[in-house]
Design a protein around this ligand. Sequence first.
Ligand code: SF4
Ligand code: SF4
Length: 238
Amino acid sequence: MGYLGGFAVTIRKFFRHDTPSGRVVTKEYRAGQGGASDQKRPKPQRMHGRHVLNRYEDGMEKCIGCELCAAVCPARCIHVRGADNDPDDPTSPGERFGFVYEINYLRCIHCDLCVEACPTEAITESKLFEFSFTNRADAIYTKTELVVGDDGRPQQLPWEDWRPGDDEHTSAWMRATAPAGDDSFEGIVAWAGELGYGVRAPEGGQPLERTEAEAAAHAGQGHDGHDGHDSHGGGGHH
Ligand code: SF4
Ligand code: SF4
């Protein structure tokens, strides 16, 4: 009869939605079906959701049609074709622009290698992953769906379950660390402005930032606070 103990655990957990620590880990999620109980869990800034194609602050498209994203994609789900810009009415700065751009979301694994490969930060990702399709054509997003709107935010398609915040931080990955992961570049802005957002601030709370804060705190402890020494970046920096 010892196995009944196992059922006791199951029954106890069935009526509880929290953990011993008191933190609720489950949400009533109804996938956009409405109702006050339909909740999404907050997502990390760098979560890899469905992509966007960004534009510069002046509205020009960032994509230059170089096809690096398509070359690096392990699922081979990106199709890009570049074309020469019309000198009198250019789509992007420079000679070329992304004339055709498609992502097949039946194949994409959201690894974001395309985002890392892009030399102009044209392709980044939103926080949205709640989207599904009833036909193959809808699953292939083209420039019509991927290029951000005139406010710099992702376009919200009828079958996508957007909630407040899902369209923020579309460029979180590039604000996170630095080229080649070198932490000496942390906090140094090396990216261009975006339509609707301008130049995005670096992500805070990085290891180097913490190390500096700890060093400043230690330096502060070495003094009695009597000499008025003010540690660099202490307290108010975030
Ligand atoms: S996230 Fe990965 S699988 Fe998806 S399009 Fe980009 S490189 Fe390809
Ligand atoms: S999204 Fe970036 S990597 Fe892909 S074709 Fe455009 S500029 Fe090149």
